[in-house]
Write a protein that binds this ligand. Structure first.
Ligand code: NDP
Length: 291
């Protein structure tokens, strides 16, 4: 007999989460504000609770996935002591501060809190592509890992600090947006010369994979605080950045992204890092730019 699980919030993501628990054989209790969203899950064998309190009472592991933390607290604040002895896993997206505050709030009620960030679309839940990052007390994660692995093999515990999953979430999104913005800017630049995006795509993909191979080495330099230019100096990068700006101006495409890239490198050169490798730019990201 598998452990019972409760899922509160049956939007696009919550329904996928509950479906994965059911599919893995866990007795699954669900609740949603709009009751009709539980119908499909009921047909798959879910128990539909009449109230949030009943849903929390039904399982030692309570997963909540609603729009935002205001909704989480709107649901849980009025409940009284039902969280006692429960592990609340909050997969709602939010900031690290709201995760830490919610951890304190759950602890005051005698419960245990794990925060989580879902790096996947609902369709990926339950498959090898689903990555969910968890933070909070390790023993609670270990206790419930078998159930959580119903959501996919990529269930990762980051550390005890409840804020970590939200921080990783935004860090990964920043990476994604920066990669995509670079691709889109390059596509616009080439498009001005009549090159279709599909022609650029394979070159872009190769470059992204090449750069992916640099990350581990640069990470080591950053943690060591020394950035030897093993491949190319920031001075050399800066010269190429000028070309990017010139070409963007000539092609009449947006030049804000190239100017930002150049400004960052120029700050590093001004700080005496021109002879170092690209990872030395970490020092510019670590502090706000001077106004
Ligand atoms: P949906 O808009 O599909 O669902 C929102 C859910 O929140 C519904 O169950 C809704 O209930 C509930 N809800 C909202 N406000 C309240 C409230 N005040 N009281 C009670 N319930 C409330 O969103 P998703 O399921 O897509 O997203 C849920 C969370 O998962 C978000 O934090 C999102 O960032 C995160 N996430 C989603 C991903 C995705 O690809 N969809 C990917 C990664 C993270 P009702 O049905 O009654 O409106």
């Amino acid at each position: 007999e598998r452990d019972p699980v409760t899922v509160i919030g049956l939007g696009l993501m919550g329904e996928a989460l509950a479906g994965a628990f059911l599919g893995a054989g866990h007795p699954t209790t669900v609740w949603n504000r709009t009751a009709a969203k539980a119908d499909r899950l009921r047909a798959q064998g879910a128990l539909v609770a009449d109230s949030v309190a009943d849903a929390v009472a039904a399982s030692p592991l309570v997963v909540v996935c609603v729009s935002d933390y205001t909704a989480v607290h709107g649901l849980l604040d009025p409940l009284g002591p039902v969280l006692y002895d429960r592990v609340l896993v909050n997969l709602t997206s939010g900031t690290s501060q709201s995760a830490r505050e919610t951890a304190g709030w759950v602890a005051e009620r005698g419960g245990t809190y794990l925060d989580g960030a879902i790096l996947a679309v609902p369709q990926a839940i339950g498959t090898a592509e689903a990555v969910i990052l968890f933070s909070g007390p390790r023993p609670a994660f270990d206790r419930h890992e078998p159930a959580l692995r119903s959501l996919g093999p990529g269930m990762t515990h980051l550390g005890d600090d409840h804020g970590l999953s939200s921080l990783y979430d935004v860090a990964v999104l920043s990476l994604m947006w920066n990669i995509l913005n670079g691709f889109l800017h390059g596509t616009a630049l080439l498009g001005a010369a009549g090159v279709p995006a599909t022609a650029f795509a394979p070159v872009a993909k190769t470059l992204i994979e090449t750069v992916a191979g640099w990350v581990t080495g640069y990470a080591g330099q950053i943690d060591d605080g020394a950035y030897p230019a093993l491949d190319s100096t920031i001075d050399t990068h800066l010269a190429a950045m000028e070309h990017l700006i010139d070409e963007s101006v000539a092609a009449r495409v947006d030049v804000e992204l190239p100017r930002f890239i150049e400004a960052l490198a120029a700050r590093a050169v001004a700080a005496g890092r021109g002879g170092d490798g690209y990872a030395a730019l970490i020092e510019q990201f670590r502090k706000p730019a001077e106004a």
